[in-house]
Design a protein around this ligand. Sequence first.
Ligand SMILES: C[S@@+](CC[C@H](N)C(=O)[O-])C[C@H]1O[C@@H](n2cnc3c(N)ncnc32)[C@H](O)[C@@H]1O
Length: 357
Amino acid sequence: MVHYIRFLRTPQTATGKKTVDIAAVVAVTTDLGDAYYAQNIDLVVEVVEANRPHGILHTQVVTWQASSRALKFTANCPGKYTSRSARLHVTTRATQSASGIMAVPVILDVWSDIFTLSDKQRTEPIVERQLVLPNKSRIRMWEETGDSIARHVWDAGLGFLMYFSQALSSSPAEGMSRLASLMRSSKVRRLKVLELGAGCGIAGMAFAQLAKCDMLLTDLEDAQEILGNNIRCASPLAGSTLRSEVLDWSTGVDDSCNANYDLVLVSDCIYNPDSSLHLVETLRQLATRTPGVLILVGFKRRHEADTIFFDRMQQTDFAIVEQVNIPLPHTFTDHDADIPTSEFYTYQLQSALSPRT
Ligand SMILES: C[S@@+](CC[C@H](N)C(=O)[O-])C[C@H]1O[C@@H](n2cnc3c(N)ncnc32)[C@H](O)[C@@H]1O
């Protein structure tokens, strides 16, 4: 399992005699929050000057105990830094050594929002994740600390980063050749791409940072604020554009929508049987307007109900043209011996595949 360091309580400051003390509570848990990291591990807590990611003002190591559910700590930053703007970064040594090279680490580190090193400051309940893509561009993804489905990063989104990186490599794995050649073609022609149920937008943003495209990230109304924030932090490739819009699958695609999409991305969106049926109908409407469109569906298998999506896709005349599983980063323990995978299915309309008569 990939684990995420999460703030259960975001940093709060208090001034001591010679220090500014920053208290926080973290957990090392899964995307669903249904399991906790099952080994002891040292967490590196850094007080970093805001807007200077390498300006580390103070470092402290605290230990996460196997199978605990929360870790409360106080970082004692020297008082000489009082009044500076700072962020709290909580990471592991392994994650630190993976940063700077393309890697999804086994444990994702977390960056707090900015706060002032003075008395009684509390940060907002939002945090940032940072990951590096193969072209060295950085994915900066804000998410909420609460339990919202739309407003945090899910494992399949990380799987998409790994998929895109492999598709761009000199020898893409079997099962991703369609996307690999589409990504290569973006060097000569800007692609039109749509993401459905984008959440924080990790998959679509990574694509726009790796391939030249006009990317439209869509989700329900309650994801629009975080999507907008993340678009402002993104570093799209020169020639790429990024924007967001509400698209509710239960309403479907507007009649006026006549965009000729090359690609539709769907990351971790097939867990709910009712909305799955609306999602398939939305995909059908899009593919009817643009019969050649590729649809890339990635997800982590969690529920039996996931099959409803696949059955309905088949009934709706969609054909799977390629399939590949990508193993997610994992720490083997006695409790956790199965390698988690993200599964990827590339679909096209059957009619778009039939030879013309
Ligand atoms: C598990 S999250 C995945 C988010 C993101 N794609 C990722 O991989 O991190 C599922 C997403 O589907 C969106 N969603 C659910 N029902 C929807 C609907 N009827 N129309 C549009 N989006 C919907 C949710 O708001 C949420 O952002």
